[in-house]
Ligand binder design. Structure first.
Ligand code: NAP
Length: 540
């Protein structure tokens, strides 16, 4: 018999009781609820928004869409769902993605266990009961032996601390909090701050609509054409017949994408052959040009620089004004050291008369004014300001909750020099809490699904063996943190100043926030740990 009583949402005085609490009703939280429910557990999900979807609920900005192939991004756990759902585009847009996640939630009747409009304020481990007490901002309290934080790795939106924001009289918003009713930008003077993957999608979409657009760019990025298109009926049939093959392919690649690297080095072929491959893949949709290319484009060195120059020249070809083109050409970081934004006419935007690119590295933004913003060398009048300024990634969404473990230790204190976990999943001193936002990178759903299944199986094991606590040993955690630091320092992803290493947030400690291992290696490690009776974890 399980260690904890299986109860159906029975209120205990003022505090509700469940077998598990999940924070977040995005891609991960929904599947976590589905899996725990299958174990016969009573689960409560708390969600800040008033609907399901997480990233695909909040990111309603014009142009938001997948950069992974739609058919590789859906859940794989239900054959019926796979056969029922028709993806309409190769890279599906936000409205359709939100519809999909609602369809899933309705199909599996998940919404009845989700409390919406519920921002979690605090989570406290109750040592005497071995339970987590979760308090919602509105005062609602719930207790459960297991806590899963499915809070997303890019969900704590970041707005730079510009002076004068409170004095600005125009409309403003962060892309991750785009209003549901939309923003009326037609004919207005709009400013966008940031040129990351989000801004690249947004700018392309709104440039045609606004009166005038000013883009405030600090660092240009390497961007590549998405080449989105409709999924025809014939493609649909093919996709539906090949799901097992699609998912098998994804399961074998480093980032869980469908694209497989060319095992040859770019330097082992002639310059002509290299160029031919670059050009051929450039014409293909999505990340093929990146992840089906010579394997060593993803290693620091000559091959990487060769391809970087190929992309720089592509940018130069597309932008008419050579000075503007040069402003858009990235020179301060290696290709692939940041996530490659995929675009659909981004560079051509800068050939429009109503678009101005401003270099805010040269002349930083000093403050917002009642009518716009001021850089160190000019003043800009703006009716609307859009912050496409990114996220306090991975740890940000956890640190915004007051999480306290054994002895009242605060998670945000423990993470002040970077996350301290075992495999991104659990942290010593915070028993029975699974931080599953910290462990997936790449094609998010492909990476998240097996992780959620692992956590569910772990919870089943703990309950069935009547343990009351599971938490990693200090040694296992130290070894993991050392591994992340050592292996992480060698990979391309940790070389740039990006959210991958917390370098986009002033004052945040620099540390790789995700696993340095490939998805197959991570899955194998987790499988070994489970097969060895949860080696590295202390079961009490
Ligand atoms: P981001 O990549 O962190 O970009 C933020 C932008 O804001 C950068 O250009 C940054 O400049 C700029 N910025 C920040 N603070 C600033 C300041 N004080 N002054 C001027 N500029 C400032 O954030 P994001 O574009 O939201 O993308 C985050 C991640 O979300 C991506 O890497 C990707 O993984 C994911 N994403 C995926 C998709 C998709 O297609 N599925 C779409 C969008 C996003 P610096 O570069 O100089 O810091």
């Amino acid at each position: 018999m399980a260690a904890q009583r299986l109860e159906k949402a029975v209120p205990t005085g003022q505090v509700e009781y469940f077998d598990a609490i999940v924070i977040g009703a995005g891609v991960t939280g929904l599947y976590q609820l589905y899996c725990l429910r299958k174990l016969g557990m009573a689960v409560r999900v708390f969600e800040d928004g008033d609907g399901v979807g997480g990233t695909w609920y909040w990111n309603r900005y014009p142009g938001a869409r997948f950069d992974s192939e739609s058919f590789s991004y859906g859940y794989s756990f239900s054959e019926e769902l796979l056969q029922e759902w028709d993806w309409k585009e190769l890279y599906s847009g936000q409205p359709e993605n939100e519809r999909y996640l609602n369809y899933v939630a309705d199909k599996f009747d998940l919404k009845r266990d989700i409390r919406f409009n519920s921002r979690v304020a605090s989570c406290t481990f109750e040592e005497d009961r071995n339970t987590w007490l979760v308090e919602i901002a509105d005062g609602h309290r719930t207790r459960a032996p297991f806590l899963v934080t499915a809070v997303g790795l890019l969900s704590a939106h970041y707005i730079p601390d510009f002076e004068g924001l409170d004095t600005y009289q125009g409309q403003w918003c962060h892309t991750g909090r785009w209003p549901k009713e939309g923003m009326d930008l037609a004919g207005k003077r709009v400013g966008v701050i940031g040129t990351g993957a989000t801004a690249v999608q947004l700018i392309t979409e709104i440039a045609k609509e606004v009166g005038h657009l000013t883009v405030f760019q600090r660092t240009p990025n390497f961007c590549a054409p998405l080449r989105n298109g409709p999924i025809t009926d014939e493609m649909q049939r093919e996709i539906k017949a090949s799901y097992p093959e699609i998912f098998r392919r994804c399961s074998e690649t480093a980032g869980s994408f469908v694209h497989v690297f060319d095992p040859r080095s770019a330097l082992d072929v002639s310059a002509e052959e290299r160029q031919e491959q670059y050009e051929r893949l450039w014409k293909e949709p999505g990340f093929a040009k990146w992840l089906s290319n010579f394997y060593d484009l993803m290693l620091p060195g000559e091959a990487n620089e060769d391809y970087a120059e190929f992309i720089r020249n592509k940018i130069r070809e597309r932008v008419h004004d050579p000075e503007v083109a040069e402003m858009l050409v990235p020179k301060d970081h290696m290709f692939g050291s940041k996530r490659l934004p995929c675009e659909s006419g981004y560079y051509e935007v800068y050939n429009r008369d109503n678009v101005l690119l401003v270099d805010v590295k040269k002349a930083p933004i000093q403050r917002l004014t009642p009518t716009g913003l001021r850089t160190s060398d000019a003043e800009y009048e703006l009716d609307v300001i859009i912050f496409a300024t990114g996220y306090d990634a991975v740890t940000g969404s956890l640190n915004r909750i007051d999480i306290r473990g054994i002895g009242g230790e605060q998670l945000r204190d423990k993470f002040s020099n970077g996350p301290r976990t075992y495999m991104g999943i659990q942290s010593n001193g915070f028993p029975n809490m699974f931080t599953i936002n910290a462990a997936s990178v790449g094609n998010f759903v492909r990476a998240a699904e097996p992780l959620v299944e692992w956590v569910s199986e772990c919870i089943r094991y703990v309950r069935e063996n009547e343990y009351v606590r599971i938490s990693p040993t200090i040694e296992a955690e130290d070894d993991w943190v050392n591994h992340v630091n050592e292996a992480g320092s060698k990979i391309l992803r940790s070389q740039a100043n990006s959210w991958f290493v917390g370098a986009n947030i002033p004052g945040k400690a620099r540390a790789l926030l995700t696993s340095p291992d490939t998805a197959p290696v991570m899955r194998a490690k987790r499988a070994d740990v489970a097969a060895n009776g949860y080696e590295g974890f202390l079961l009490e």
